[in-house]
Design a protein around this ligand. Structure first.
Ligand code: SAH
Length: 345
């Protein structure tokens, strides 16, 4: 029997397992306190757990970790963490401090299937989904490393979170659980390239996390030319799914729009986009494109970014401009992976 990581279990699953092992359910809470409260990754160090239970756990489960290979710091304070997984694959997480907040950007997959033309993550294709424990380990290992907890958690690293649906949702439930990480839903954001079926499923999970849609274009021909996923899930369908997600209540939708020089940065693009943003009452994040060396796309001029933003404001859409941070360490949006690509795949 292949041992699995005990962090793949939700509190309910762990309780069931503990009972099945002939022990009292409160032992599950004690184990969770060791793992997520004290962040102890060794059954032997769980002092209040009887030896017989430790033995049973060790026979069936492991408490795996991540190996930190590198953690370069950008001039702007952004920290990138390059981790090696148990199978030698590599992933990255990014911690972005800003004012009193610090946002931890999590990867959901090794590689990505969706191949947005402008993004580095898709260049080498897809390798595998991360397990729930590998998603949670990014939080534990980054936070242990900086000796502080992040204030916000975003699934905006490598991969498409809605394409690794079960493992990501399970990780979010464990992040949320007061017995585990106790991170409020409003501090968690899932970003998607627009998987309609995933957005619909997410609506029914009653998780109340924030959704961010990487929209990047306001009409189907342009969006399909940048993001092949749009051919499968075109804008009209996608926007209906986002509207339905919002009507579930208590959630926030952000539209992420990467402004790419000469591609989607005209006033006409801004006008078209303003209609979508207004109809969904969405918050807008504009991100100037960070060029990727092997790709043809260019950063927008400062002028066109300002004009785009002014046009949105004129159309009564509030937009914030998010500088892509950590560029000097290749930790900018969509830049993850490339520098260490050989080992990623
Ligand atoms: N697959 C999810 C999660 C990735 S989030 C999603 O698409 O939302 C990473 C974000 O960075 C996405 O909005 C992506 O479109 C954007 N991005 C990718 N490459 C970029 C680049 N070179 N410059 C700026 N943003 C980029």
């Amino acid at each position: 029997m292949k041992k699995q990581d005990i962090k793949n279990l939700t509190p309910d699953e762990l309780k069931k397992e503990i009972v099945a092992l002939g022990e009292k359910p409160y032992r599950a809470s004690q184990i969770l306190t060791w793992i997520y409260g004290k962040r102890v990754f060794s059954f032997d160090r769980m002092k209040n757990i009887p030896g017989s239970l430790k033995d049973k756990l060790k026979e069936r489960y492991l408490l795996g970790g991540l190996t930190l290979l590198d953690s370069p710091e950008s001039k702007d304070g952004t920290l990138k963490f390059l981790f090696e997984l148990e199978d030698g694959r590599r992933i990255e997480s990014v911690l972005i401090p800003s004012g009193g907040r610090s946002t931890l950007c999590l990867s959901a997959q090794v590689g990505c299937k969706f191949a947005c033309n402008f993004c580095a993550s898709g260049i080498r294709g897809f390798v595998r989904n991360l397990e729930t424990c590998e998603i949670l380990n990014q939080i534990v290992f980054v936070e242990n490393n900086v000796n502080n907890k992040a204030t916000n958690y975003v699934f905006m690293g490598m991969g498409e979170p809605l394409d690794n649906y079960e493992n990501v949702i399970k990780a979010i439930r464990i992040m949320n659980s007061p017995e585990c990480m106790n991170i409020g839903s409003r501090r968690i954001t899932l970003s998607t390239c627009g998987i309609v079926t995933g957005i619909e499923r997410l609506k029914d999970e009653n998780l109340k996390i924030n959704l961010s849609l990487s929209i990047h274009a306001a009409n189907d021909p342009l969006r399909s030319s940048l993001m092949p996923v749009n051919k499968k899930y075109p804008l009209p369908e996608l926007l209906i799914a986002c509207g339905n997600f919002l009507s579930g209540g208590g959630r926030m939708l952000t539209l992420e729009y990467v402004i790419i020089g000469g591609i989607n940065d005209s006033l006409k693009d801004a006008d078209e986009f303003s209609k979508i943003a207004r109809s969904l009452k969405a918050k807008v994040n504009l991100i100037p494109y960070s060029p990727v060396s092997s790709l043809k796309y260019k950063a927008p001029s400062g002028e066109s970014v300002r004009a785009f933003m002014d046009e949105l404001n004129r159309k009564r859409v509030t937009a914030t401009l998010r500088a892509s941070k950590g560029k000097d360490i290749n930790a900018g949006c969509g830049q993850l992976v490339l520098r260490n690509a050989e080992k990623m795949i």
